[in-house]
Design a protein around this ligand. Sequence first.
Ligand code: ADP
Ligand code: MG
Length: 713
Amino acid sequence: MNANNRTHAINVIAGRTPDAPSANLPPDTSLETYGEDVFGEKEIRAFLPKSAAAKLLATVNEGKPLDPSIAADVAHAMKEWALSRGATHFTHWFQPLTGGTAEKHNSFIEPAGTARAIQAFSGKNLIGGEADASSFPSGGLRSTFEARGYTAWDPTSPAFIKRYSGGATLCIPTAFCAHTGEALDSKTPLLRSIQALGKALKRLMAHFGQPESRVSVTLGAEQEYFLIDRGFYLQRPDLLQTGRTVFGAAPAKHQQLEDHYYGAIRPRILKFMNEVETQLWKLGIPAKTRHNEVAPAQFELAPIFEDLNLAVDHNMLIMEVLRQTAERNGLECLLHEKPFSGVNGSGKHCNWSIAYNGRNLLEPGSNPKENAIFLTVLLAVIRAIDLHADLLRASTAGAGNDHRLGGNEAPPAILSIFLGDELSAVMKAIETGTSWSARGRTKMKIGVDTLPPLPRDTTDRNRTSPFAFTGNKFEFRAPGSSQNCAQNQMVLNTIVAESLDALSDKLDAMPGDFNANLQKLLQRLIRAHKRVLFAGDGYSAEWQKEAAARGLPNLPSTPAAISPFRLPANQALFEKYGVLTRGELESRYEIALEDYHRRLRIEGAVALEIARSMIRPVVADEFSKLATAISLAKKDGLKVGVTGLKALSLKLGAGLDDLHVKCERLDRALAKGRHEDLLATMADLRHTVDALEYLVDDARWPLPKYREMLFIY
Ligand code: ADP
Ligand code: MG
């Protein structure tokens, strides 16, 4: 890792001619291949006996409980299908609390006599698996003597095939639990929360005289990411080990000109995107939009929204496909929330809504009854966010995301809701009981009047709001790009379930005319929770003050942000809705805290190592050369140049001393392990190193620079 390697890498990149369009593989646009690697409805019908197919589809499409007697048939069908698609192995695919996905492959091959084998996959293999859980985080849930973990088939997310060059594996989405049944993963509580929300919604809908119907919670997750050339990536130990650059001076031009956002996508990146999408479409993942993001080298992919559980699995796959396809293209996909300081970080906007009997309840309706339901659900969400902002904030906490939230590029750590002009006016009208329409002076009667038309694509979208109503859904913008959406969606579902129930309780206790009662209830709700509504600039310092005055929590760093997981009232809430037991919630706290500290320690150690072993020798060497030159010049009685040499050597010398002092401080902070000290000493050291980057001979700087990584690809 020296300047020669760097120069070589840059030369290789510079010498790489972008593929001529004709040389590119044509993207696969045939509709036949969409979903061809998914064991979906078509495959279920083709490979399963009729009655078993009907039973499985009832579970998949209508959420009916699974009939275990069909397991053997389903396993056989899946195996036949997978073999026909070239799979040699199967795996239970799950989402442990590391934040990633996990798989352990088993071949279909089983011995049958001497030098003979059969291909087998039993119902038992499909339904459950045993995995050594001892190396997965459990946050104290699993005692060391009981290291087994169990995976359980989730039939609501279809099995799929993962391909790699030369082979393929059948993947079965599963939940992952300890022997006690406690969840060791993200999927289990997510599924429980979807159930809880469904139950609470059905109860509320009964007040509106709606017959019991299927509830679906939907998620559309917009995935942001960076791409840099792998040649650079491999020469940055900090990127390699922590996913972010701990040093790097700001280039003269970064994102000031705002010329990257929605700009023409470069051919090399388009080729990458086409490859990603072709794979995603085969996996039945509806990748829809792609564009350049705000920061240089930053991009976004958004699929069309789907049922929440499936959308979460799909997002996990999207991240994996992005990473692997990047590597094949000589690129590195950075999913960290803040790979580069000074330019925007990456988030994962979670667009969320609930549908009842196929109708989106967050879509303003076309008749008074639909509107009443819309406003009621809307207010239930507002109430939930106001009362449980701390929990939602906790669900997005993490060492990476801390750099984003509150950095004037992403929503602040304060949770507030943006409703848009029209809806805010409706809220005001309900609250004050005044007229809501400019035309008439009538009061809006909930359940009797219709809403004024609410334009879907309002121009006054507020990008600084962490939780924005965007016409027919809420867009939660705090989640980080690397995070599993299940974390925050599980919390959102639970707090909204609680809120819906609270409204049902109130309505139950109000005798008399339903519409009049509802009107009163909604009015009270707005009065009680309007402090969480905010339409101004979420980045401004005034909002920080204003939010504090309103009593809204503002917890910018992870250790504080996750503390609500330990509050007894919150533990009782999750327990009441059967989403997480006290122990399970406690374990999430422990894991998040430990993960935070570990990441910080790794970052500190990497920074120290780079500063001492890569930066310091170069600075020292340059300084000593200068010193030698100065003394030679003096000896020879040179009249010019000495001033310049001296000035530079003074600066370099001071930088060298500074470097020494700050490395020592970071070293001590690492030994002590207090996160505030680690953050402060790392930032301090960065300051010195970044200043030196501007001084030291460019050819000898040992790390790829921002202006190279962000612009040469
Ligand atoms: P923007 O960047 O303007 O927010 P995008 O098109 O990038 O818009 O992303 C919007 C996301 O919201 C998409 O994934 C879209 O499918 C999703 N979405 C649209 N309607 C719903 C809904 N009812 N529930 C959940 N997600 C939705
Ligand atoms: Mg968005």
